[in-house]
Design a protein around this ligand. Structure first.
Ligand code: SAM
Length: 225
């Protein structure tokens, strides 16, 4: 069977490229996005939704489609060394490239286009959303569930700023929390540990340059693009 699915909304996010985006929702609470519904939806479509704290956002990993997929993947959580079956992972490289994120619903803007403001997002700017559903804890929260190789939140790095980067931050409109929470998640590819290497990440209109030594990250420079 095949299906023809149309996007119902589009994500507007600070991340215009994949590098640096949180690997799961909730890890970077400062990552706020807008989910902008298609103009065809009226307020009726979201009636009652504001009574929920969290929503399931179904989306397409549109920027991974061209990269294809394979049955075995190397989750970053396992250092990129061990292979797991695709259906035991949350990789974007899947047969139908479908993603699912549980996001905190902060606000609903009812003027057209209807816009949902969510936090803790792990989504790229431009992500097509194909469905939205309320999260129902009594059905869906399973505190005692096994979670395979994903045993709790990943360790976080301590984040500091160079004097220069801090001065650049002070005259910028960059969200400091977003930068710090993002880098604290250690965005480096799993197999990379090159001390003093400078990494480049784009957040909104800025290039953020940082390096990581052991469990300490330093933001060394900011450049407005
Ligand atoms: N929570 C979702 C899930 O489990 O289906 C996504 C998990 S996936 C591991 C998260 C990563 O997907 C992000 O770190 C980012 O690199 C990537 N990503 C987010 N939006 C994307 C998009 N529209 N196209 C391709 N990759 C995307």
């Amino acid at each position: 069977m095949s299906f023809n699915i149309e996007a119902i909304a589009t994500v507007q996010a600070e991340f215009k490229q994949k590098f640096g985006i949180a690997r799961q929702p909730g890890l970077v609470p400062a990552a706020k996005i807008k989910i902008v519904l298609d103009q065809k939806f009226s307020q009726d479509a979201v009636r009652g939704l504001a009574e929920f704290d969290y929503i399931w956002v179904h989306f397409v990993f549109h920027d991974a489609i061209a990269e294809g997929w394979s049955e075995l993947v190397r989750p970053p959580r396992l250092g990129g060394k061990t292979k797991k079956g695709i259906f035991a992972t949350r990789t974007p490289h899947r047969p139908n490239h479908l993603g699912l994120s549980l996001l905190k619903l902060e606000e609903i803007q009812l003027d057209k286009p209807i816009t949902l403001i969510c936090s803790g997002a792990d989504l790229l700017d431009g992500t097509p959303v194909i469905d939205i559903k309320p999260y129902i804890p009594f059905v869906e929260a399973k505190a005692d569930a096994k979670s395979g190789f994903v045993d709790g939140a990943p360790p976080v790095l301590q984040v500091t700023w160079s004097t220069e980067a801090l001065q650049q931050l002070q005259v910028s409109d960059l969200n400091q929390e977003l930068v710090e929470q993002t880098i604290a998640q250690d965005p480096r590819p799993a197999y990379q540990n090159i001390p003093d290497r400078i990494y480049y990440m784009n957040i909104s209109a800025y290039e953020v340059q940082f390096k990581i030594v052991d469990d300490l990250a330093e933001i060394v420079f900011l450049i407005k693009q």
